[in-house]
Design a protein around this ligand. Sequence first.
Ligand code: TNX
Length: 526
Amino acid sequence: MPQPLSLVPQPLRCTQLDDAPFVLGPGLAVLVGESPDEVAVGVRVADVLGRITRHAVELRPGASDETAACVVVLRLDPRAAVPAHASTPLADADATTAESYRLTVRPGRVEVVAPTPAGLLGGFVTFRQLLRYSDDGALVAPAVHVEDVPRYRWRGLSVDVARSFFGLEDLKVVVSLMTHHKLNVLHLHLTDDQGWRVDLPSRPRLARTSGSTAVQGGRPGYLCAEALTELTAYARARNVTVVPEIDVPGHVNAALHAYPELTPTGEDPGGYTGVEVGFSRLHADLPATHAFLRDVFTDLAALTPGEYVHLGGDEVLTMDAPEYARLVGAAAEVLRTAGKTVVGWQEVATVPLPSGSVVQLWDLREDLQHVVAATRAGARLLVSPGSRTYLDMKYDATTVAGLEWAGHIELRDAYDWEPATLAEGVDPQAVIGVEAAVWTETLHDLDGLMRMLLPRLAAVAEVAWTVPERRSWEDFRTRVAGQGPMWDAAGLAWHPSPQVDWPARPSRFGFAPSPAPAADPAVAGS
Ligand code: TNX
């Protein structure tokens, strides 16, 4: 009987082969073609394998593998593309196919063939998840053949760095974890009432003044342009796109504090450390407001190379609809001029937006008629239902940190739902993808953040990647159990959900092998 595999997300097709496992050890080489794309992926893969095996792993561009004894072969080939699945919206078929791959593991030889570097990386991630220690202590991967393609093109995680700051090093760990579960969009909520976390050249006081404020108990700080550029490049190399968000026209106390000319009286409201929402706002009839919108969104667009910029738009409780529409419209126009596609929280669906804009659904308690109408008029829908994907919600009443407004979210709640039919009246073809979100009113360090993300992020990742007929809770709960040791090996904190039979964790004081240090194993540094 072959052992069950612990792949998360579950691939489209996976066959265990009747063959001996691949053994990872000294003499391992990575073989790639000579194209710069293949060499670039090869460098990453050789680096990761070197850290896992603690041996130098040679990269051989342009080599044939006839004679090599133990190789990982990475090959770009457009003919290897796995066609998009029937449940993928037609508009996204090319984008998802681009991330497809074919992986074959046999004794002495691992081969990944894919149409793009992103596909090669995805295939390698699957191979890493197959690795386990054999009884005699060797790292092995069972012989398998995998053919895989994502269901959705947008598989995201939104991190609130505004309430409490998470800097470059923490965010790199988050990106590596995302890559491990094939998530490909990191949405950074960079500004809110409690803080402003990105230094923009045209408005230096935003970061200088409001980078030093945070929610009660939270961490201050901000990303300088170099840090954001470094993060973007780090993410890019791991098939993750950064989507930055400046939240307007509400959630702006930090901006008003730095530039009091944005308030009607010109008075500084002071820093805000509470957790209430909806009280702060821009004013459409102040000329300073329009200069501010132009400056911050132009700067942000220039700082990040991705196609999308998020303008927020949520929870403005003290503004009438025409003024809201003027302000959101003005911000959207700046982004359109800068060549970006607009993303906004579901409230922006009340405003006419450029076609192809992305509306992010979060609150299913609200009337969704504007959201339905916006998708009929050409908007795409990104689904982040609070009661499923808000990973700052407590698991249950005993969870120490976290909020409860959208209910408790145990692992099964995060897993057992269907994105295509979530919003009644929205054509499934309009759904561009799925995004988890973690808000940091109560989460102030990386361990605290990870304990909320894991294991639920793995569940949301599978909702976003795996086609409906390959998903089942019973099957997921067995596979995700095998991820626990990988998160441990990477030094990541996680919540041992009682809904899963986790393998026994090695005791620190017993004779079981202690977990490897954070630098080399399954997740970190991937
Ligand atoms: C709702 S989601 C918010 C955030 C909070 C979060 C807490 C959204 C668009 N707004 O401002 O931080 O709930 O769970």
